[in-house]
Each structure stands twice: as C-alpha cells, then as structure tokens.
Design a binder for this molecule. Structure first.
Ligand code: PPE
Length: 306
C-alpha cells in the first residue's frame, strides 16, 4: 500500500494528497496517454538529496516530447525546484518521487490534442523493491514467455504508462510461477530487461548490458553503473546478449531506481555462478552506497539537495 503523505504538486501548486483526483473519462485512463518518472530521494549526512534529478527530469521531458506532450509551461530547472519543494513540504528524509504527465479530461477520442496536459508530482516512503533480503541474497527469475515491444511499436525510450502493460504481463506471469521477476527478450530473441529494471551480465570480469536498441528503457541507474564500472577500470560493453549467455554468466544483476543494484541468483532454476551475490555486483553496490552516504563523493553533481 502507498503510504500517504501530505501534499502533491499539481501544475505548479501544492495540493492536498486526497485532492489529487481525475475524472473517469480522463484520456490517459482510456488510451494509456501518460509518461512518468521514478526517482529516489536518499537520506544523506547533509540532508535529503534527490539522486540524479537532472537526468530523470531530462528523460521525463524526452518521454513527453515523444508523445507531443512536452509543452508544460515550465523548464526542467523549475521542475527540479518543484520536486525539492514537495519533498520539503512533506517533511521526508528519504522517499520515492513519481512525476507524471498525462492527457486529462476533454475529448474522448484517440486523437488527444483537445485534452489538457496535467502534470503532477507525488512522493512517499518506499522500501526495497524486490524484497528486503534481495540486495544481499539475490532473486530468482525466469525468462519471460512475453517479449518486449518491437522498436516500431511502442518506443521503449519513453517511460510511458502504456509500456507497463507489457511489464505487467511479464511480472504477473513470473510471480504466479513463483519467481521474483522475469527477464524479457527483445523481438529478435536477445536479452532486453526486466519488467522494471535493466540487466547486467558479468563474465570473466567483463560487464555486459544490452544496447538501447534492444527495447530497453535508458535507465539512469544503468548509466550510473556504466560510469562507476568504467571509473573502477572494468571493461563495460553494450552489446546484444543471447539468452543462453544468462545461464553461463559468472554474475547477473538488475539495476533500477526502485530495485537499485539487485543480484540475480538463478534463472529458470539454474544457479548463476556460485548462486550467491558475486564480487563485481557487491563492489558496484558498495560504490553506489558510498556515493549516497558521502553526500555525493566523487559525483556531487548526482545529488540535488532538498
Ligand atoms: N526498465 C524498466 C522497464 C523500468 O521500469 C525501469 C525503472 C528501469 C529499466 C530502470 O530505470 P532507472 O530507474 O532509470 O534506473 N522502473 C521504475 C518503476 C518501477 C515501478 O514499479 O513502477 C523504477 O525503478 O523507479
């Protein structure tokens, strides 16, 4: 259950949590016309800090542009200020932020141009995504029988609500079959990503992740890992990954704002490597944590203080 907070930001104003409502004939409800973000604000010694706010807001504007919805009337900088204002107003030290822009109440027609664009930001406390022990013990996953969207169908680079119908098919099947999550393949049969995470593979010390052309969301955590791994002197390769490479990997892990860096300990009941969190995964988790705990460390630009 969502833990309610006091305020939600709507088109430039703070409103009460319970007043953030939509009409049942709102366009987005019928046609999936919404784009959103998921951002973590972490507690640091210097106060609450929003992780990679600029990159998330940029992706938000990009997603909106792909659906001709980016005429918001405010700039990315103003939007970042709105997030800071909201976290402060709710008095939270750590939380998850959920900006969303959607086509509201107007016409009920596939052509959306007569519907107003509504922008909201909500935030609330959110714990570990794939279970409390997952970051240490890892999760058991399967390969999904559902594929990710083909590139010329729904754009994977947009974080659009409609894409999460595909994610829901993937996740419902996995969970009902006893797995924590699934890895979906792209339409060509190469590894794509989880229902809500990017995926990384380690073999012989080299780190691999699918390229953006493999129907993946351009994850901000994915980018964080690519940068941290390169700085640590690891070889990182963005290339197509055949399904079978999953089973013979030394390590596999998911990355995402909600999931953070989460080890995968088995795929289709086949243990990965030793069946436990591997050293590369652990090291990247430690680097990630140390950046937050040190209030930015070598990457002060990654934290926006509230
Ligand atoms: N792929 C998908 C499909 C995805 O939804 C996410 C984030 C990622 C990759 C990782 O992206 P990033 O968070 O920028 O590193 N999934 C968000 C939504 C989770 C949800 O349950 O809703 C998230 O992690 O916030």
């Amino acid at each position: 259950m969502i833990q309610a907070t006091e305020k939600i930001w709507h088109n430039g104003k703070l409103i009460d949590w319970n007043d953030a409502r939509v009409h049942v004939l709102c366009h987005a409800l019928h046609y999936g016309s919404s784009v959103f973000e998921g951002i973590r604000c972490y507690e640091t010694p210097a106060g609450p800090a929003i992780f990679r706010a600029r990159e998330h807001v940029r992706r938000f504007f990009d997603s909106a542009r792909l659906y001709r919805m980016d005429d918001f009337g405010f700039t990315p900088e103003e939007f970042i200020d709105a997030m800071r204002e909201l976290v402060a107003a709710n008095g939270l030290n750590a939380c998850y932020l959920r900006p969303i822009a959607f086509r509201g109440y107007g016409d009920l027609h596939v052509l959306p141009f007569n519907c107003p664009i509504e922008v909201y930001i909500a935030c609330w406390p959110w714990g570990k995504y794939l279970g409390a022990e997952s970051l240490e013990k890892g999760v058991d996953v399967c390969v999904s029988s559902w594929a990710r969207m083909a590139p010329n169908t729904l754009p994977a680079m947009a974080k659009a609500a409609a894409n999460y119908m595909n994610s829901q098919l993937i996740l419902m099947e996995a969970v009902q079959n006893g797995y924590a999550e699934a890895v979906a393949l792209d339409p060509a049969g190469f590894v794509s990503e989880g229902s809500g995470e990017n995926i990384f593979l380690v073999r012989d010390g080299v780190i691999y992740t699918p390229p953006l052309g493999a129907s993946v969301l351009p994850g901000i955590t994915r980018d964080t890992i690519l940068q941290l791994a390169a700085a640590a002197g690891c070889t990182v390769v963005e290339q197509n990954i055949p399904r079978e490479a999953l089973y013979i990997a030394d390590e596999l892990f998911f990355s995402g704002t909600a999931a953070e860096i989460c080890p995968i300990r088995s795929v289709d009941r086949i243990p990965i490597g030793s069946g436990q969190r591997g050293p590369v995964t652990k090291r990247l988790q430690e680097e990630f944590t140390s950046i937050i705990q040190s209030g930015g460390g070598r990457h002060p630009e990654w934290l926006t203080f509230v």
